[in-house]
Design a protein around this ligand. Structure first.
Ligand code: G3P
Ligand code: CA
Length: 330
């Protein structure tokens, strides 16, 4: 479980009260608009603190450095490290022969040339041709080009296994794998949580994040998946629950705390309910927000300013971004 960390998270009534006052000013600024928010950022900077397992406002490279390089390739992960990522994110899928690979979609056609290499191996879903990951063995998937769709200069990039990703990142950053669509694999008699647990154990990455040189946090949109990891597979690393449902009520956080150590709402949920941050923190739950990317910054002038606002003004603990090089460090 997440321990309550330093600073505001110490739980002393003074710290909580100070934090409440700070966050009230943050919420007010949020309503008043970004310009007034920015002016308050500088004034309140010394009060910055985060909740465990994070030790500082944290940069998570979303699918690697996925603005500049093809998502979920070793090139994207390598660039994320060069750009200073604290954690790198692999979304996980399972091959036909049960190997965890790093890929966002449950199907291969958006980010690989599977349609050219295996033109007849599609299934039709809602009138569209799809190539499910689970219909292909690892050796077949590793024949595919996962780079050209982004740019010709990445031609020949492969879909990495989770093990290859670990080998690249270990000792350089944390890893925050997402169990992606675990129910799709469950319906095929496969068990993503078991596979993930085995890989983490065999790499000695199954210790609590704060006790590891390469901290691991597991995230999922599936509460069932998080519950299975904790209760059936003895998972000891922190668990984070992803959601985009904005029908938030304070009571829902207490329900989430039964299966997750931290919450990961999307940006829209946080902007609609900024009090979610204080409420989560008061329960000892960290707040990780997604996804910050250039070109999708709403009323913010840049992705850097947008992240700055969420981190320095609203006090979220961590952000997922496609643009690690734009992470605000001031
Ligand atoms: O895992 C955080 C964020 O990545 C969730 O959205 O669809 O990009 O996996 P998605
Ligand atoms: Ca993800």
């Amino acid at each position: 479980m997440f321990g309550v960390d330093q600073g505001f998270a110490s739980g002393s009534s003074k710290n909580i009260a100070t934090r409440r006052n700070f966050l009230k000013s943050g919420v007010a600024a949020a309503s008043a608009g970004f310009i007034s928010a920015r002016s308050e950022v500088a004034a309140h900077q010394p009060l910055r603190a985060v909740l465990a397992p994070y030790t500082k406002p944290t940069l998570i490279a979303h699918r690697g450095s996925s603005w500049d390089a093809p998502e979920h390739t070793l090139a994207a992960y390598e660039l994320a490290i060069k750009q200073g990522a604290d954690f790198v994110e692999p979304d996980l899928q399972l091959t036909k022969d049960g190997v965890l690979v790093c890929l966002h979609d449950t199907t291969l056609e958006r980010t690989t040339n599977v349609a050219q290499v295996f033109p007849d191996r599609f299934v039709e879903i809602k009138g569209k041709k799809k190539w499910p990951v689970a219909d292909f063995s690892l050796s077949e998937i590793q024949m595919l080009d996962a780079g050209s769709w982004k740019d010709a200069k990445f031609a020949g990039a492969r879909v990495p296994t989770f093990q290859q990703m670990i080998d690249l990142i270990r000792g350089k950053a944390g890893i925050i794998p997402e169990t992606k669509a675990p129910e799709v694999y469950g319906s095929r008699g496969m068990n993503m949580e078991k596979a993930l647990t085995e890989v983490l154990k065999s790499n000695h990455l199954d210790a609590p994040a704060t006790a590891s040189k390469t901290p691991v946090i597991i995230q999922s949109f599936s509460s069932t998946s998080l519950e299975a990891l904790r209760n059936q597979h003895g998972c000891k690393v922190p668990l984070v629950y992803l959601f985009s449902d904005d029908s938030y009520a304070k009571e829902t956080l207490a329900a989430m705390k039964k299966f997750a150590d931290g919450i990961a709402p999307n940006k829209a949920v946080v902007l609609k309910h900024p009090d979610i941050i204080e409420n989560a923190h008061s329960l000892g739950m960290s707040v990780t927000v997604w996804t910050f990317r250039a070109g999708q910054t709403g009323t913010f002038k840049s992705v850097r300013e947008e992240m700055q606002y969420f981190l320095n003004m609203l006090h979220v603990d961590a952000v997922f971004t496609d643009n690690p090089d734009q992470f605000p460090r001031d």
